[in-house]
Design a protein around this ligand. Structure first.
Ligand code: CA
Length: 232
């Protein structure tokens, strides 16, 4: 449940599909485009956290688009990883000169790809740690399964951890009990909706110890939401 969105620009269907699949497996939100024109349309609506950009594209090539993006005030902060079949050192240097943040030579393994993406996201200062989810002063580490509020360690049961993780990744939106059951407990599990209320109460009690219970809000007639803003 990563909050990071990656835009893939790749004209070869097989490679694009593979990239989409791999990134989705690693819980990234994925947008994909077959060329720069399509990618540009996507950018008008969504600013991704990173662009995975094929070098050899029809019309506008990846290196040319990198140059334009890095010259644009609006888009220059988006990290770019260039993908290419070229393995010559010269092209690599050219790509990095243009402002690309990294460079991956095809063929590459999914593991290498994910490692490069994580490294670039870290370097770009977007994240300190991909395993970390933060909402104000609440921090969850999804690899170590630790939680803290205002630097105080908080003990959570696995269910409370998953519930809080879901809320922190989806702030300000209202979820009803059925949606929370599906998202936090999973669709295949049969649990009464009342169970959700029980865990919400427990989580609220834990938050109350740190004066954060107001953030876990009941929206009458709808469900629950996590927000630092007071309900209207
Ligand atoms: Ca290509």
């Amino acid at each position: 449940m990563s909050p990071f969105t990656i835009l893939i620009v790749e004209d070869e269907d097989a490679i694009r599909d593979m990239l989409v699949m791999v990134l989705q497996q690693y819980d990234f939100n994925v947008l994909d485009a077959i060329d720069v024109a399509q990618a540009q349309t996507i950018l008008h609506e969504t600013i991704p956290d990173l662009i995975l950009l094929d070098w050899m594209l029809p019309l506008i090539t990846g290196d040319e688009w990198t140059r334009r993006l890095k010259a644009s005030e609006q888009y220059r902060d988006i990290p770019i990883i260039l993908l290419t079949a070229k393995s010559e050192e010269n092209d690599k240097i050219k790509g990095l000169d243009l402002g690309a943040d990294d460079y991956i030579t095809k063929p590459f393994s999914p593991k290498e790809l994910i490692a490069r993406i994580k490294a670039v996201l870290r370097r770009s200062g977007k994240i300190h740690d991909l395993a970390q989810i933060q909402f104000q002063d609440i921090i969850l580490n999804t690899e170590q399964h630790t939680a803290s509020i205002a630097n105080n360690t908080v003990d959570l049961s696995p269910t409370e951890f998953r519930l809080l993780r879901f809320f922190l990744s989806h702030p300000d939106k209202v979820y009803n009990r059925t949606q929370l059951l599906d998202q936090v407990w999973g669709r295949d599990v049969y649990i009464e909706e009342r169970t959700v209320d029980v865990h919400i109460r427990r989580l609220r009690k834990i938050l109350a110890r740190h004066q954060r219970e107001d953030w876990l809000q009941t929206v009458r007639g709808f469900g629950y939401r996590f927000s630092e803003h007071n309900p209207k």
